[in-house]
Design a protein. Structure first.
Length: 134
């Protein structure tokens, strides 16, 4: 296959996942280690999307290159195929490219790493929103 396209809607979700998306309110810890935002959840969840918005904008750049890794146990890691040299989905009118929105297709994970270009604004401080499927 040259190209694989998936939709993040109830029709295309894994059968064992109900399609209700909620914002995860508790059990989230995160830290920055060099160029990586490390997210630790209190338990494994089915991820829908993670939104990372910068708190600072001075002398820094957009998150232009990098990759995402997920793990259930923190030992065995899966590198996601979609890098964010491009944004997976972004409204045409949106002009704020400093934020990073990453979409998952119900991936089951407890640990998530975002490795980003070292001059990205979100490495200086960020607001994190995690959405899961229940």
């Amino acid at each position: 296959a040259i190209l694989k396209i998936w939709k993040n809607d109830s029709e295309h979700m894994r059968k064992y996942i109900k399609s209700r998306e909620i914002r995860l309110e508790n059990g989230i810890n995160s830290s920055v280690d060099k160029q990586t935002i490390k997210i630790f959840l209190s338990k494994p969840v089915n991820l829908s999307k993670i939104l990372i918005n910068p708190l600072e904008f001075g002398d820094c750049k957009n998150p232009t290159d990098g990759f995402v890794e997920i793990s259930v146990d923190g030992k065995k890691w899966e590198t996601k195929k979609d890098t964010f040299e491009f944004q997976q989905v972004r409204p045409f009118e949106e002009s704020n490219l400093n934020n990073l929105n990453y979409y998952f297709a119900g991936d089951y994970a407890r640990f998530i790493n975002f490795t980003i270009n070292k001059d990205a604004c979100i490495l200086k401080g960020y607001k994190l929103d995690i959405y899961i499927l229940t």
